[in-house]
Write a protein that binds this ligand. Structure first.
Ligand SMILES: Nc1nc(=O)c2c([nH]1)NC[C@@H]1CN(c3ccc(C(=O)N[C@@H](CCC(=O)O)C(=O)O)cc3)CN21
Ligand SMILES: CC(C)C(=O)C(=O)O
Ligand SMILES: [Mg+2]
Length: 271
């Protein structure tokens, strides 16, 4: 057990207290040690080791290909960097949909092999048994409703979800079910702001929005998107806080130029 007297760790309980106190929860993704260190030092409350690593780390089109072993590798790197943030890890596609026993063993592997603090699963009532079994083992679970990228081939597009009343009603029921089961928070992805506001008000547990408006109890973005590293991705819900693609590209061009011009290394940079 590591003890750090200076920094108080964010817990599933403290983020629930933040909802009660009206303090918004700031969550970002990270997938590696160096980035997680920057994110943690900046005061982010929750670091999500998202299966979006499949896109931004591995270059896949969807989140489906990333494996449980790869998620554990990313998560263990992030855990070594995070001194303050609560670290939540996505269960990847195929590691929990089969049955609740498989879901539990995947969640246990993440907790045991990475040292993370909680897991996140996509879905509602369909995965209730899995969520319940993981919770029974003492592993905190974050839910994820609305746009669930692991089911992209079922829907065909990344458009706004739950615009029709039937889908909105299912989302309300799913959110209540996840709370009833004992989830400590739920991500609401790309749904109408009014629906997210209503769900946030009706739940005791915090909602974390991405493209779900200003009334969620917290917000999440993919770090590469908000830093402007992932240049092509500009959905309406994304606010870009830097243009790091350009900053890094310029720096690297400078290096290439200096090497080609025989300017680097100079006399002071050698032995
Ligand atoms: N880099 C990255 N950022 C993310 O936010 C993210 C991932 N990867 N991978 C996993 C999921 C997929 N997510 C997505 C993917 C696309 C849109 C999206 O809105 N895309 C387009 C087109 C949508 C449409 O068909 O209408 C957009 O311009 O909004 C939103 C969230 C969110 N997650
Ligand atoms: C976008 C967030 C919520 C996510 O699930 C991910 O990054 O994988
Ligand atoms: Mg995800």
């Amino acid at each position: 057990m590591s003890v750090n007297k200076e920094i108080k760790r964010v817990t599933t309980h403290s983020i629930q207290a933040m909802k009660v106190n009206g303090e918004k929860i700031a969550m970002l993704t990270a997938y590696d040690f160096s980035m997680a260190k920057i994110v943690d030092d900046a005061g982010v409350d929750v670091i999500l080791v998202g299966d979006s690593a499949s896109n931004v780390m591995a270059g896949h089109e969807t989140t489906l290909p990333i494996t449980l072993d790869q998620m554990i590798y990313h998560a263990s790197s992030v855990v070594r960097a995070a001194n303050r943030a609560l670290v939540v890890v996505d269960l990847p596609f195929g590691s929990y949909q089969g049955n609740s026993k498989e879901a539990l063993s995947s969640a246990i592997r993440i907790m045991k092999e990475s040292g993370a603090h909680a897991v996140k699963l996509e879905g509602g009532i369909e995965i209730a048994e899995s969520v319940s079994r993981i919770l029974t083992a003492g592993i905190p679970v974050m839910g994820h409703l609305g746009l669930t990228p692991q089911s992209i081939y079922k829907f065909g597009t990344y458009t706004v979800r739950a615009k029709k009343e039937a889908e909105a009603q299912k989302l309300r029921e799913d959110a209540l079910k996840l709370q009833e089961l004992g989830c400590f928070a739920v991500v609401l992805e790309k749904i109408p702001a009014a629906l997210a506001q209503e769900v946030s008000a009706s739940l005791q547990i915090p909602t974390i929005g991405i493209g779900a408006g200003q009334h969620c109890d917290g917000q999440v973005l993919v770090i590469h998107d908000m830093l402007g590293i992932n240049k092509g991705f500009r959905p309406r819900f994304l606010r870009q806080y830097a243009s790091l693609y350009d900053v890094m590209n310029d720096a690297i061009k400078g290096y290439v130029g200096d090497v080609k011009a025989k300017d680097f290394p100079n006399e002071r940079e050698q032995y």
